[in-house]
Every structure is written in C-alpha cells, then in structure tokens.
Design a protein around this ligand. Sequence first.
Ligand SMILES: [Zn+2]
Length: 176
Amino acid sequence: MTDVDKYLLEKLSSDNICKTKKIMGVFIDELYCYITKEIINTKSITYFIEKILEEEPIEKIIISESVDDDIQTLLVNYLTKNKVKFLFTDDYDEETGAYMVFVAKSGIQRKEMEYKTDIPYKYLDHIGNSLCKNCYKEIEKINADYAKRFKKPSLFKAKECIVCKDTKENKEDFYL
Ligand SMILES: [Zn+2]
C-alpha cells in the first residue's frame, strides 16, 4: 500500500464520505430523508410530512422552488400552521431526484434516505375526496390510516369517484 492509498483510506472512511456529500446543500448525515418531485407535487404531501414528523424530530424542511405553485402554497400554509421551520431554495438534487429534504435535530446516518410509499400514485392527488367502494376498499387494505383521509363511499352517489374518473381519462389519453 502506497502512502497515497493509505491517505485515501483514512480520509475516505465512511464518516468522511458522509461529511463531503450534500443533498440540496445539506450534509447527508444531517438528513432524515428526502422526497422526490413525484410525491411532493401531490396533495398528499402534507400527509407524508405528518407521518415523518411523528417518526423523527425535525429541525427544518428545505423545499425546492421548482415545486408546483399550488403545492408551495399548500406547504406554506401547512408548515406555518404546524410551526415547522422551513425554507425555499432554488436548488434540487439531480442525482437523487430530491426536491424536499428533512434536516434531523440530531445527526443520523442511514443508507435509505428516500421517502417511499406503497400508496398507488393515482390516489396521491385526490386526498380528501370521496371514493367509490372499490377504491376505498383497495386503499384501506394498503394503508388504513391513509384511507381515513378520504370520505367514505356514499350509497347514493356510488358513481362519483375521482380516482376511477382520472384512471379512465388517463387510459383514454393513452389509447388516442
Ligand atoms: Zn373508484
């Protein structure tokens, strides 16, 4: 082993690698997790923030200005109301796709930092709406807590389901 190898081995021990890598201007060992554009740009984002805040004390949230305008408004209202520190930046992370990062109160290191959800994408933008029986059953099975954020299916208005409508429209677009 040469001196250079030795130097690199010492300098690039995992601790130091973490110290040098940043996502949206934050060292990765200060991050609890990050969220990608696809999840942020849906109305369910406040639901996910709520879940993260339940899991870990968060110092602040950094949000990319590239996030959709209506979602930015939603976030500002939600975070202000819940007294969560946040700031906007013109940055985002190309490599990870991060558009929002959660800075932890205490330093933590973990490998998996991307916030992932098993909730199907078609539900994410329709939180708070009423669903048909089938959709309600489906989402209740996947995540009962998330299902509670929707209105329960009404017996009299069985056909009004925004998720079904959206899925159908997308399919029609696809076949055009
Ligand atoms: Zn439906």
